[in-house]
Design a protein around this ligand. Structure first.
Ligand SMILES: C[S@@+](CC[C@H](N)C(=O)[O-])C[C@H]1O[C@@H](n2cnc3c(N)ncnc32)[C@H](O)[C@@H]1O
Length: 257
């Protein structure tokens, strides 16, 4: 809830947020880097999901970052939107490169990463105020999402699973607060073989933030275990602002069976 972060300073900047409508989504948000990470690519990733389906729904946005999906859900007519992200950098996982700060001095890494994460939260609250959003926010650990805010009709899981060392445990936690529909956007191997690819590379210490790419087969089994059935799998590609390149991200939409 907002009250959990009552003193978070929301810096102002006249052009930090702009609203547009295009075929990718109800609006697009531009945030300058000092106000948060410019995740302007998020809208395209929900192409596997029909925004019209959100009318009257209670929506949870897991790993909301600067909030694009939350605000889009609100604009698409969701009756109530909750945004969720980590409460502390301690929650974040990285690959264990021995010379990296994360491995060699975790305390200092948490301090630096925590300051960086505050800019994302700041970006969220700036957009929240500029868009006159009514979205509610809570922070915690994706592996242990509180159930005190009840069940959600639709839960977005946008580009978080690939950053976790244990995505299955995270999905289990997410499933406990999801009544109806899960919309998961993440890289995937398009095979029914239940296999995973490890993305880490010992020669690329700067790429320490992605762990696993799972196959659709794994998702089918894990979602089945959790009581969900995959409805559709889409593979939209979109322009990734940060790297200035086209990338593909799979969206899996699953419903309670
Ligand atoms: C790449 S961003 C995705 C942003 C947005 N959902 C999108 O689709 O553009 C991943 C988000 O997951 C959050 N996250 C990572 N690990 C987490 C954890 N253990 N608990 C809660 N949130 C976590 C990060 O803080 C970050 O906001």
């Amino acid at each position: 809830m907002r009250a959990l972060f009552p003193n978070l300073p929301v810096k102002d900047f006249p052009n930090a947020v702009s609203k547009t409508t295009n075929h990718n989504g109800p609006h697009q948000m531009h945030l300058l880097p000092q106000y948060g990470y410019p995740w302007t690519w998020a809208p395209n990733r929900t192409m596997g999901f029909t925004w019209a389906d959100l009318r009257g729904k209670r929506v949870l946005d897991v790993g909301c970052a600067s909030g694009f999906l939350s605000f889009s859900a609100e604009a698409a007519g969701a009756s109530e939107v909750f945004s969720f992200d980590m409460d502390s950098a301690i929650r974040q996982h990285k690959l264990p490169f021995k010379n990296g700060l994360y491995f060699s001095n975790f305390e200092e890494w948490v301090r630096q990463q925590g300051a960086w994460i505050e800019t994302w939260k700041n970006a969220y609250w700036l957009a929240h105020s500029r868009l006159n959003s009514h979205a509610k926010v809570f922070y915690g650990d994706v592996y242990d999402i509180t159930r005190e805010y009840g069940q959600f009709d639709v839960t977005f899981v946008g580009s978080i699973l690939e950053h976790l060392s244990d995505p299955i445990r995270a999905l289990a936690s997410i499933s406990k607060v999801t009544r109806e529909t899960l919309a998961i956007t993440t890289p995937a191997l398009h095979t029914e073989d239940p296999i995973a690819r490890f993305v880490g590379d010992q020669d690329k210490p700067t790429v320490d933030f992605v762990f696993w790419v799972y196959s659709i087969g794994i998702y089918r089994h894990v979602l089945g275990m959790l009581g969900f059935k995959i409805l559709n799998v889409k593979r939209p590609s979109f322009f990734y602002e940060i790297d200035k390149r086209e990338v593909e991200a799979t969206t899996i939409v699953a419903e309670r069976s």
